[in-house]
Write a protein that binds this ligand. Structure first.
Ligand code: ZN
Length: 459
């Protein structure tokens, strides 16, 4: 009996401690990605629900995402804070020359491809949190022997409403299921329609963006219904934008290279290929001047700014099409009216970020942020120790309520002012110096030898 009372007392103490721990937790965090949401859709189409959301929070107009601007690399960067060369998901199609294994996005569940990094839905569990990831690329792969607490096998026919309903239930929690502290939710639009119709098709894209905006409205109303609105931090973002393609802008590899001379790993708008024989330089020289709207790179010469070459699975040659151009092997058939994957410095490839919740400022707007900065921001919001990453919390501090920060525009302005002042001082100093009378010169000339010419020896 005594033992029973003692056990009861200890249990009571532990649940008290648990309750205290839970009450000290930061607000739960939900990140939602609407695939292929190009930053300037916000200006081109009415998005009343999205505008309402960020009017109560913050808006980042352009997210500088990672190369290549494809779905899988960028979604993995959002939840790891790493560039593609560091997290290893380099493209939708990859090939490992050591194991001879191909990778196809969405179909391949082999963790080997993903294990260079660890997504936040795994890391957050080390802080004692329950997590959820719904259809987010990589969420149904057992990465480093773990998955999110709750996840689904990828199923494109599951509606947004169904996905959201599960996430909201998990975030609410109940007697048997502890509240989920971090959830990632993925939706395929407007990417799917962007590929079919092209981003310049205002009628078709207007229709799909109305549906996306309705889903954002549903997201907010479901959080309100569950009494979570204002209590969770919500990020609405995307992986990349979309460019208009045309059958008038095709680049044919067969015009420059025999298709039997290489193994094609990925095709467009960034081609990855492995020459079958000899050194890659001979193949490169054929591709280098193949087309004025395509840039060829040997692996070692891929620009550092792309953060793409330092991975063993980066292929010996990559080709990058200019914006709106499509690489095909042969023929005149345009595969898609809209595409992405192009250089990540192009504004058309950028998505945006809107956020609201107790940790965010209200009515704040800023021009840009790196997408790798979102991971350290999310770790900060959850009080989770981040894994090593390429981002910086310092870059997103201005988004947060109660933080002191220097606006990027203000910092740039101050740098310009300091440079102008330094330039003026330097010019004035030189001017004064040149007007000084050349006093010592005649005296020194007295010391010249007879055979010296008339040039002064000073300076
Ligand atoms: Zn995508």
């Amino acid at each position: 009996m005594l033992l029973k009372i003692l056990l009861g007392f200890l249990c009571g103490l532990s649940s008290l401690a648990e309750a205290r721990d839970t009450s000290q937790r930061p607000p739960p965090l939900l990140i939602v990605s609407f695939d292929g949401f190009r930053a300037d859709y916000l200006q081109k189409f009415p998005m009343p629900n999205l505008k309402l959301l960020y009017s109560q929070g913050v808006l980042v107009e352009h997210l500088n995402n990672v190369f290549i601007t494809k779905t899988f690399p960028n979604h993995y960067s959002l939840v790891t804070g790493l560039y593609a060369e560091s997290h290893g998901i380099l493209a939708s199609a990859m090939y490992d020359p050591a194991s001879h294994k191909p990778f196809r996005a969405g179909r391949d569940k082999d963790p080997t491809w993903w294990n260079l990094a660890e997504p936040l839905w795994n890391t957050a569990q080390d802080s004692g949190y329950k997590t959820a990831a719904v259809m987010w690329p990589g969420s149904d792969v057992t990465i480093r022997n773990r998955t999110a607490t709750h996840f689904f096998r990828y199923n494109s026919s599951m509606t947004f409403q169904e996905r959201l309903g599960n996430v909201v239930n998990w975030m609410q929690g109940n007697r048997t299921n502890e509240t989920v502290m971090f959830a990632a939710l993925y939706w395929e639009e407007p990417d799917r329609s962007g590929h079919i119709f092209g981003p310049d098709n205002m009628t078709a894209m207007g229709k799909v963006l109305k549906e996306v905006d309705d889903n954002i409205g549903l997201l907010v109303s479901e959080l309100r219904r569950a009494n979570l609105w204002g209590r969770v931090n919500l990020l609405v973002t995307s992986d990349h934008g979309m460019a208009q393609c045309s059958a008038e802008r095709l680049i044919r590899l067969d015009d420059c290279l025999n298709s039997s001379s290489y193994t094609l790993v990925d095709l467009t708008p960034v081609t990855a290929l492995i020459p079958k024989q000899g050194n890659p330089e001979a193949t490169f020289s054929l591709l280098n001047k193949c087309h004025q709207h395509m840039t060829a790179y040997l692996k070692k010469n891929i620009p550092e700014r792309l953060h793409y070459r330092n991975n063993r699975l980066t292929q010996p040659i990559i080709l990058m099409a200019d914006e709106g151009w499509t690489i095909v092997q042969s023929g005149n058939k345009l595969p898609r009216l809209g595409d992405h994957g192009y250089d990540n410095s192009l504004p058309s490839m950028h998505p945006l970020l809107a956020a609201a919740g107790p940790s965010f400022r209200q009515g704040y707007r800023t021009r840009e942020l790196q997408s790798v900065d979102i991971y350290p921001l999310m770790c900060h919001l959850l009080s989770v120790t981040p894994r090593p990453n390429n981002g910086s919390l310092a870059h997103s501090r201005c988004l947060l309520a109660g933080e002191t920060c220097m606006e990027p525009a203000l910092v740039a302005g101050l740098v310009v002012i300091v440079l102008v002042v330094l330039t003026v001082i330097t010019v004035l100093f030189r001017l004064l110096r040149s007007r000084r009378p050349a006093g010592p010169r005649p005296f020194r000339r007295l010391q010249l030898d007879d055979d010296d010419d008339d040039e002064p020896l000073l300076e």
